[in-house]
Design a binder for this molecule. Structure first.
Ligand SMILES: Cc1cc2nc3c(=O)[nH]c(=O)nc-3n(C[C@H](O)[C@H](O)[C@H](O)COP(=O)(O)OP(=O)(O)OC[C@H]3O[C@@H](n4cnc5c(N)ncnc54)[C@H](O)[C@@H]3O)c2cc1C
Length: 325
């Protein structure tokens, strides 16, 4: 039976995420080479805009508006909608390596009894079998895993494919929610907008990252300032998060977020393997560190050897001067 690849579209600030558009391109390519189909799913309280955006990349999108009363954790509801589409023939589910994508993938793994491959950086067919490529050990090795079962769930890293809209946009089918989450969904009691998070870390074109070297929560003032001047978003290493200097939502790495900005600038980050797992795909890597042997020097396009409390303010002053004040 030809494969039917289901793309789980994620919504940020009412719009489709860049990662979801990339996954759509990957799914479309896989569907085309298998003579199969690719379809999308958007589940949100207000899914219309994002569903339309996903339909620019996929021939068919199912859009499910969760009722305002269903103010509950999103993943169990999204997994229920994905399970319905599996019941209608989807053979593979592709989600992003985001907190929500991982949640849904894990729930579906339990609900469907399907296997899962995580952090894919690419995928192709070998006959009827899906072969998933993943970068591991901070880019030191690439694994190729073959899915022998007819079904699988795959979480996909940023950059696995380049988003490319269809010449003619696909159709959007609006549906009522299944109503029954795959597991009881926790009620959302309150929503708090994170300060300075107008653009999500995963979507940001510029990410400025503070590590243990910034010395304390006040050190993130400099990181935030540079992020603001560069029109970017603040990120952190786990050491800074574990020290309680900045919330976990800012953590980049193996157990945090995966970013792939045009510019990654770090201050006082050593570049441990687990950190690199979340940022090595960045287009340009600039690192400020006073240790010439810091591992991040191996992957930095520009390594600035110096004290971040000298280099950082000098850079901020230069950026301010270029802006005219
Ligand atoms: C299972 C597991 C999962 C993990 N997941 C993650 C993860 O998701 N993300 C993550 O980041 N880490 C993760 N880690 C932790 C990781 O191994 C490192 O411990 C962590 O990344 C180190 O953070 P850091 O670079 O900020 O601190 P350090 O390694 O302590 O480096 C601080 C750097 O700052 C430099 N420095 C200090 N002062 C200055 C100064 N004034 N000017 C310039 N440079 C200065 C130092 O030379 C040093 O290179 C994980 C670890 C494990 C075991």
């Amino acid at each position: 039976m030809p494969a039917t690849l289901l793309v789980l579209g994620e919504v940020a600030d009412g719009h489709l995420t860049k990662l979801s558009a990339e996954i759509a391109a990957l799914a479309r390519g896989l569907a085309a080479s298998a003579g199969g189909q690719a379809l999308g799913l958007v589940v949100d309280r207000a899914p219309d805009a994002a569903a339309g955006e996903l339909a620019a990349h996929l021939p068919r999108v199912v859009s499910v508006a969760l009722g305002p009363a269903a103010d509950e954790a999103w993943a169990p509801h999204a997994a229920a909608e994905a399970r319905r589409l599996v019941g209608e023939g989807a053979t593979h589910v592709l989600a992003g390596v985001t907190n929500d994508g991982r949640d849904v993938a894990g729930l579906l793994c339990g609900a469907l009894g399907w296997g899962i491959l995580a952090n894919a950086s690419g995928a192709a067919w070998d006959g009827d079998a899906l072969v998933v490529r993943a970068t591991v050990l901070a880019g030191k090795a690439i694994t190729r895993s073959t899915v022998e079962a007819p079904n699988a769930i795959v979480t996909v890293s940023p950059g696995a494919a380049e988003a490319s809209p269809l010449a003619v946009a696909g159709s959007v089918e609006s549906r009522s929610p299944v109503g029954q989450p795959v597991v009881p969904a926790a009620a959302v009691l309150d929503r708090v907008a994170e300060a300075g998070a107008a653009v999500s870390l995963e979507e940001a074109k510029v990410v400025v990252v503070g590590g243990r070297g910034v010395g304390g929560p006040e050190g993130f003032g400099l990181v935030d300032e540079l992020a603001g001047l560069l029109g970017g978003v603040t990120g952190a290493s786990r050491a800074a998060v574990d020290a309680g200097w900045i919330p976990y939502a800012r953590q980049i790495g193996q157990t945090g977020k995966v970013v792939r900005p045009t510019l990654y600038l770090s201050l006082g980050v050593s570049g441990a393997m687990q950190h690199r797992a979340g940022m090595q795909g960045s287009e340009h890597i600039v690192a400020v560190n006073r240790d010439p042997d810091a591992p991040i020097a191996e992957i930095a396009d520009l390594f600035v050897l110096g004290d971040l409390f000298e280099v950082g303010p000098a850079l901020a002053a230069e950026l301010r001067a270029r802006r005219g004040g």
